[in-house]
Design a binder for this molecule. Structure first.
Ligand SMILES: Nc1ncnc2c1ncn2[C@@H]1O[C@H](COP(=O)(O)OP(=O)(O)O)[C@@H](O)[C@H]1O
Ligand SMILES: O=C(O)C1=C[C@@H](OP(=O)(O)O)[C@@H](O)[C@H](O)C1
Ligand SMILES: [Mg+2]
Length: 246
């Protein structure tokens, strides 16, 4: 067990240490802090599941997997769940052959079933927030909004392609610009819905608090730790554990 002074380190120090020493690979320090915070928050959650919401590319799937390990929870990606129910048909194929409304019906049923299970971290699809019934299901747990600037989302998605994101499909032209325009249009419609989440983690605010210039230097693990810090704050009604805060 590390000396307790590790836990007295301020959030800025702790984040900066881990980000300073590791851009894309979680440092030992980061992994240890993640597990320590995960154990603390898991006991506060008392079995309640976590539903991650946010735009396409915001990191729901990536951060969700890290969170589930830290909490000792199962991880489920609701898109993958729907694909399994549909006999392995891809999201893209469901959209093209059955239409978006059909997909949304299966997405709602997936969220209804998942809301009945304890100790899950659920990475929802970016459009889960548009149906009120989905919020009824997700509010059985704790909802967390990953708020990431459109520029970063467009860069991430342009880098991996829109295979599983038919709503951002584009025929030709500059990938980044096409994706940015698509995300911008969707974000205008959905912005208020995301704000209904119990907890919001703004990656921009996190970067600013750590004096990190480029938000792509904020690792998925650092974001997962911030999610845990904010969940604890939410569950304890702002009497957040001071052990990792200034
Ligand atoms: N903090 C991060 N920094 C850099 N790239 C990230 C980060 N989080 C996610 N990504 C990348 O962005 C892309 C989308 O992430 P993903 O988890 O699939 O998002 P979502 O499930 O919200 O659509 C993936 O290629 C992933 O590796
Ligand atoms: O925003 C959306 O409407 C969608 C987001 C996708 O999930 P990700 O947010 O994981 O990309 C997937 O559910 C589908 O392409 C629709
Ligand atoms: Mg996803």
């Amino acid at each position: 067990m590390r000396p307790s002074m590790e836990l007295s380190r301020s959030r800025k120090d702790f984040h900066a240490t881990t980000i300073g020493s590791s851009y894309f690979h979680a440092s030992i320090d980061e992994r240890w802090l993640l597990k320590t915070k995960g154990d603390e928050v898991s006991s506060c959650l008392d079995g309640r599941s976590i539903f991650l919401v946010g735009m396409m590319g915001s990191g729901k799937t990536t951060v969700g997997k890290i969170l589930s390990e830290a909490l000792g929870y199962s991880f489920v990606d609701s898109d993958k769940y729907v694909e399994q129910v549909m006999g392995g048909a891809s999201v893209d194929r469901i959209f093209s052959q059955c239409g978006e409304s059909f997909f949304r019906d299966y997405e709602s049923e997936a969220l209804r079933r998942l809301s009945l299970m304890p100790q899950q971290v659920v990475a929802t699809g970016g459009g889960a927030v548009i149906r009120p019934i989905n919020w009824e299901y997700m509010k059985q747990g704790v909802t967390v909004y990953l708020d990431v600037p459109l520029d970063a989302l467009a860069k991430r998605i342009a880098a991996v392609g829109t295979e599983s994101r038919p709503l951002l499909r584009f025929e030709s032209g500059d990938a980044y610009t096409k994706v940015f325009v698509g995300l911008f249009t969707l974000s205008k419609k959905r912005g208020p819905s995301y704000a209904s989440a119990d907890v919001t983690v703004s990656v921009l605010d996190l970067a600013r608090s750590l004096s990190v210039e480029d938000i792509s230097d904020i690792t998925p693990t650092a974001i997962a730790i911030e999610v845990l810090v904010q969940i604890e704050k939410y569950l304890r009604g702002d009497n957040v554990s001071t052990r990792m805060l200034p």
